[in-house]
Design a protein around this ligand. Sequence first.
Ligand code: FAD
Length: 491
Amino acid sequence: MQKAAVIGAGFSGLSAATHLAHQGFDVTVYEKHDIPGGRARKFEAEGFTFDMGPSWYWMPDVFERYFHTFGKTPADYYQLKKLDPSYRIFFGKNDFVDVPAGIDALCKLFDQLEPGSSTALLKFIDEGKYKYETGMHDLVYKPGLSVTELIDFKLMAGVFKLHVFNSMSSYVRTFFKDQRIIKLLEFPVLFLGATAENTPALYSLMNYADMALGTWYPMGGMYKIAEGMEALAKEKGVKFKYNSPIEEIAMAGNKVKCLRSDKDFYHADYVIASADYHHVEQHLLPKKFRRYSEAYWNKRVMAPSSLIFYIGLNKKVKTLLHHTLFFDEDFALHAKEIYEDPKWPTSPQFYVSCTSQTDDTAAPEGHENLFILIPVAPALHDNEAIREKYFNLVINRLENITGESVRENIVYKRSYAHNDFISDYHSFKGNAYGLANTLWQTANLKPSIANKKVSNLFYTGQLTVPGPGVPPSIISGQVVAEQVKKESMKK
Ligand SMILES: Cc1cc2nc3c(=O)[nH]c(=O)nc-3n(C[C@H](O)[C@H](O)[C@H](O)COP(=O)(O)OP(=O)(O)OC[C@H]3O[C@@H](n4cnc5c(N)ncnc54)[C@H](O)[C@@H]3O)c2cc1C
């Protein structure tokens, strides 16, 4: 049996490990933390349970395909609930829309916001469906190792329908004029780490995911996905070594000889690095074996970092849903302060998740857990005083816009930002979501899953193909496992 070592137990590492074990490899995962999940870990404090990172469960078909590969379904590991309304958007004081689940209800909402726009919505969703099916069923599974992968008759025939060379921003405006509709449709690309102006309109596939496939929640929290994937990996024979940060990748010739942690040396025939790509290359691998230079990394457009507050309240709230977006400020300035002129934002938009609205296990009875996220530029100077300033800013805005007091009900509070992303995940510049999905960082233009200089070292995760987000990270693990299998069969 060939041995494979996976560095990191985030979604990409869990997926790579399980696929490799399914293919007959003897797999061990080495993880720095004491639990799986990576950026999707959870923590518990004073009766509250917080998902630390992702909170939006979109693209349920990707999770179904993943578990089906191994003869399972998501329901074998967690129970999904469809959210309806999917989310609430505040545009100003007491001015909000609830975005409903289901196309008919969405058509009614669009007609209220912009009379007659439901016809355009149906066309917009239909075009998004084509992109979703081509993108998520085909393009994302390509390893990005050769341009010939993209020479595919079906793909070429439909290339203009993918709108790769239009921007999301101009594309949305060809359908709609109402500013609230435009904000609603441009918001999903925030997940991709770039502005709507710099994101190819291919990614209106995200709107299809949002509006046609729905927003779901795994009861017990997003961490349930990681727990389920870990359980499945163990069923397949994967071994896990937690509290095992890898400190060095030791070489023999052009092959990895072993991994060194603070405790031991681990030998493997293949190594799959799912920890942040930049960290693995620049800090674990000897210089002459690095595929990319520091200058290369510094030229990458990173997705934003985040300033997050995990808050426990000793009351129930009436004005927040499970997902609530505060789009009361102009995003143009906030976006400029993330992407063009990186600095702490003057007046940011923000997002609040309140899972205890759906899930009684997330907070003690009569209490509520809030997760407040402000997208911010990577590589900012981060300290307690700055965090506190933004804490006061968002709490004041939240109270003012919703008309509901929360400050006096806060019984638990923890903040999380750049310094934590760096110390917890060795994150490059403290990024939260990896690389931005700009046109020049799409598919084959991303850092490669293979290292040309090291024959048995591969990379997976949100800094390589297909990109950031929970579903793409899971797919990334599958893509790399297939590549490792191909390589091993050459021998
Ligand atoms: C705040 C936040 C909100 C998000 N919201 C969403 C959302 O709502 N929906 C969505 O789909 N996506 C969301 N994302 C993105 C999504 O969470 C990530 O794209 C995905 O989890 C990345 O998985 P990964 O396996 O690539 O990396 P990671 O989760 O970072 O996993 C890498 C693992 O490697 C480990 N590691 C690092 N260095 C070492 C080392 N030297 N030795 C051993 N182990 C090491 C780390 O501890 C970690 O466990 C969000 C991310 C963040 C941060």
